[in-house]
Design a protein around this ligand. Sequence first.
Ligand code: ATP
Ligand code: MG
Length: 384
Amino acid sequence: MNMLTKILGIIGGGQLGMMITEAAKKMPEHISKIIVLDPTENCPAAQSGAEQIVADFKNKDAIVDLANKSDIITYEIESGDSDVLKSIEKNTEVNPSPETLKIIQDKFLQKSFLLENDILVPDFIKIEKIEDVKDGLKKFGFPALLKARRDAYDGRGNFKINSEDEIQKAFDYFQGQNLLLEKYIPFKMEVSVIASRNTKGQIKTYPLVENIHEENILRETIAPARVTEEITQKAEQIAEKIMKVIKGAGTFGIEMFVTLDNNIVINEIAPRVHNSGHHTLQSSETSQFEQHLRAILGLELGSTKLLHNTIMYNILGSKEFEGEYKSITLLESNVYLKMYGKQISKPLRKLGHFNLVAKNGETVEQLLEKLKTLKEKVITQPLY
Ligand code: ATP
Ligand code: MG
């Protein structure tokens, strides 16, 4: 093995692990092999050429095995066991650092950390019993969000409480998980910043993007966000401030709300590449996946300039069925389709995405108009 090249271990081999793998394969002078740990046989990353250890993300022996086989470890999911990762850190570098993961993966610890660092988050309180929910609602008013502190994704760990009589149902929904209650923010828009820091401390952020969610799931990302220069600057400054206080190298997704009075409130941080950064695959000189690798390898970070207006559209599983599927997509020349190779479709499961990239300086509004017809041509249906 070339002394300068490294074996990269990734915890999680879903679509994010897949796209990290693809970026890594384009850097053979730095990375000689990619190994992922994922419970699904022939996971998306394995289909893109990563070796795979088939095991649960929380399987300690499997994580140790991955660490023994790798020179450097990263992850695409935030539910990893930070204590196990900390224990392997003596022999194998882990980025972002397990300490940072420990804070971020628990929404209560994360929001407390941000608050301590003077970063605006929605008002929140820790919930241990149903009376705490009632007390919190007296303070915050309706609606408010009851949230699982850990292991939530695509809004599946959130329950919006609209009135008094929904309190019991909301509390029971979580079946004894650790919870927090959060004030509802009536936002104008959801936006995010993808930000990276390399092991030497260099920080770079991508331009602010706009995120459209339906039923708690990201549907579209519009790059750049349709906001004033003032809001853009404010959001990017807050992202930089967060990067300065958060330890560890890597790429992070920082989700924010633009409030009705044009303030920026942080929703949450993901310690990994992020769905709202998929547009960078075509819109930018450096994709967020390459940037993540540059960050953890201690290389100079790449340019984050947005070269073309772009809309990313998530292709989700039909709500009508679960099982093997085929998808029909009739796309055009400036549309870049990426399917994740998942065998089974489930309602609203992320199966792929496409980037609609502006040519000849098309505006975001023009792209949105085109997207309307493209959306109708993307159909996922049962295979049989
Ligand atoms: P992800 O979709 O990033 O996997 P998640 O499951 O961790 O996220 P959150 O990011 O907490 O969930 O919330 C999902 C969505 O719910 C947000 O993008 C936003 O649309 C809405 N939401 C969450 N918290 C609030 C809040 N305090 N006020 C208003 N809307 C909220
Ligand atoms: Mg979120």
